[in-house]
Ligand binder design. Structure first.
Ligand code: SF4
Length: 359
């Protein structure tokens, strides 16, 4: 799985991108990926990136049920499946917005949305996070800029009732307000919780005051993600010049305050391996995070077409294994396995094989 996520997947049949759940291009989260079930695990695999076009892994044209064969160098190595498009994708709101533009299915059973599809960081070329594609799906008309609490509640209820979705994740671009999106997330979760009982993770930058964590919890948030992405200070300034204005020390303070509200293992952060942080830097940060009760979700960087880093190489499977194996051992020793979290990307696990290493 680590190799498949590092190299990506070529699709034998030009129609394959439409098999199962449509692949995602642009946007936040697993962009340029497609959901594929391998050995009972549904993972997000790059299919539209330039490295995927040269991948040794090829998926043969799927049958009507979405079943396919994975080959490596023409040798069949596994049976795989493309999960079917969820039923809720066929619906639209009363004002004609397709539900799929409001929230999407991630992995096997996760409903995910970017509440605010605009971001103060992304609006300036100088400040943008160079790996991010949050504006691409908006520019292409595949999503809407701001999903209202009512729209999110309507789609969440349908996804639970029609497709048995098990958890929901709300991320947001960063608005120009000191709360960094916390109020929008609180309003959204309040509306969703009023209509459906589903574990929810929200994701944002550290807000101006830690009081937001109690407000989030009161609204019905179960888990929180605040994403460092890159940990070496000089690299942060280079790769995400806007976001790096919030120093790591502020993240650590916020993490501690959030863990006091949500509990150990219910606060997490993305660490994108392959952007230049050394193995030691990632392991050292993972150790510090686990000590304060934060789950380090180490994910392979995926170069997304159209971003300034589209030609930056994806990490090798060897580098990923050299990081994921010790991080998983640390996670196990800290008794903070991904499966123990109530909601979130760590629990979903489709973007990294970390949970597989956890055993
Ligand atoms: S790990 Fe997070 S971003 Fe990746 S598919 Fe799961 S919910 Fe989506």
């Amino acid at each position: 799985m680590t190799e498949l996520q590092s190299y990506g997947l070529r699709l034998d049949d030009p129609a394959s991108p439409n098999a199962g759940v449509a692949s995602r291009r642009g946007g936040a989260g697993p962009s340029d990926h497609k959901a594929v079930t391998v050995d009972g695990h549904t993972i997000m695999v790059p299919v539209h990136t330039s490295s995927a076009w040269q991948s040794p892994f090829v998926a043969r044209a799927p049958d009507a049920e979405g079943h396919s064969t994975l080959t490596r160098g023409a040798i069949p190595i596994a049976s795989i499946a493309f999960p079917k498009a969820p039923r809720f994708y066929a619906r639209s709101t009363a004002d004609g917005i397709p539900y799929s533009q409001i929230a999407t299915l991630h992995g096997a059973d996760v409903l995910a949305t970017t509440v605010l599809q605009t971001c103060i960081r992304y609006e300036s070329r100088r400040k943008t996070c160079k790996f991010c594609a949050i504006g691409q799906s908006l520019a292409a008309g595949r999503t809407i800029a701001h999903k209202s609490p009512q729209q999110l509640a309507e789609v969440a209820r349908a996804a639970v009732e029609l497709d048995g979705v098990k958890q929901m994740i709300l991320t947001t671009g960063t608005p120009p307000t000191p709360d960094r999106g916390a109020q929008i997330l609180v309003d959204s979760v309040t509306a969703i919780r009023a209509v459906v009982d589903i574990p929810i993770q929200v994701q944002c930058e550290p807000p101006d005051t830690d009081l937001w964590f109690a407000r989030m919890k009161a609204a019905g948030v179960d888990a929180l993600g605040m994403h460092l992405e890159v940990v070496t200070p000089e690299l942060r300034a280079q790769i995400m010049p806007g976001k790096a204005s919030v120093p790591i020390a502020r993240y650590m303070e916020s993490f501690k305050a959030a863990v006091a509200v949500f509990g150990r293992g219910q606060v997490s952060t993305y660490l994108l391996a392959g952007l230049g942080d050394s193995r030691e830097a990632i392991l050292d940060m993972s150790r510090q995070l686990l000590e304060i009760g934060v789950y380090p979700f180490v994910v392979p960087f995926v170069p997304i077409s159209g971003t300034p880093l589209e030609d930056h190489p994806a990490p090798t499977p060897e580098f990923m294994a050299s990081v994921l194996e010790p991080v998983a051992a640390m996670v196990n020793a800290a008794h903070m396995r991904s499966s123990d979290s109530k909601a979130g990307c760590g629990k979903c696990g489709a973007c990294s094989s970390l949970s597989v290493y956890e055993g």
